[in-house]
Design a protein around this ligand. Structure first.
Ligand SMILES: *[C@@H]1O[C@H](CO)[C@@H](O)[C@H](O)[C@H]1NC(C)=O
Length: 230
């Protein structure tokens, strides 16, 4: 019967459209996030350089390294990291690192990260105080100043004054420089020498809140992705 054949043709076309659409939406769901061939593994880069075991341990235990790798894959501004050597950490007042709480450890690590890529010969263009990923660069918080003289780049925190001592890695998106002293932010180390540290209640709450919203966002993205696939 002619009608049956027409029906069959119709069904065939319909299913073709359906599967074509399915195929397209699956491909387009994957398309917006083309993963770079190899995400920049900061830990691996520092591991090769061998004298950064304490900084690596801090990057790991605070989970800042995972966060940075995630940010590097979707942000174009890049990152600049000042990596203190093991010797730099050993120059800290004894017990200084151990006495920090979890939040202060995260802040200390993030203070060594600038959320833009700065090539060595571009530090003279940076305006002071330079913003770090620890946040507030205001007086008494997390200001980081930089001055240049010829090839010498000097970093000043208000407590620490040290030079960029060498380039560990640079690729146009990520720069990692060696520093021979830990950059001590006023917020953490100034309060240590003049009385007890302020209660970290509020900022800890804020950190927890942002952690929760990141998780919610992640779940939402997962849900959206599942819907597109199915
Ligand atoms: C950093 O630079 C700002 C602006 O020039 C200045 O007000 C501040 O005192 C400087 N701080 C340090 C620690 O050098």
């Amino acid at each position: 019967m002619a009608i049956t054949k027409q029906h069959l043709d119709f069904l065939f076309t319909l299913s073709f459209i359906f599967f074509f659409h399915l195929h397209c939406s699956t491909t387009s769901a994957q398309a917006p996030a083309p993963a770079p061939p190899t995400p920049l593994d900061i830990i691996k880069i520092l591991g090769k350089a061998s004298q950064y075991t304490i900084f690596i341990r801090l990057l790991r235990s605070t989970q800042v390294s995972d966060r940075l790798i995630g940010e590097l894959t979707d942000a174009d501004d890049g990152k600049t990291i000042f990596a203190p050597t093991d010797k730099a950490f050993s120059n800290l007042e004894s017990g200084a690192l151990n006495s920090l709480n979890d939040e202060q450890r995260v802040e200390l690590v993030l203070y060594h990260v600038v959320p833009i890529y700065i090539p060595l010969n571009q530090f003279q263009t940076v305006s002071n105080p330079m913003g770090t990923q620890a946040g507030d660069s205001g007086d008494g918080a997390f200001p980081l100043n930089v001055t240049t003289a010829g090839n010498t780049v000097t970093l000043m925190t208000g407590l620490t004054k040290t030079r960029v001592a060498g380039t560990i890695y640079t690729d146009g998106q990520l720069a990692i420089y060696r520093v021979d002293q830990v950059l001590q932010p006023l917020q953490i180390f100034a309060s240590r020498s003049s009385g007890p540290a302020p209660a970290p209640g509020n900022s800890r709450k804020a950190a927890e809140k942002s952690k929760a919203s990141t998780l919610a966002l992640h779940n939402l993205a997962l849900l959206a992705f599942s819907i597109m696939v199915f």
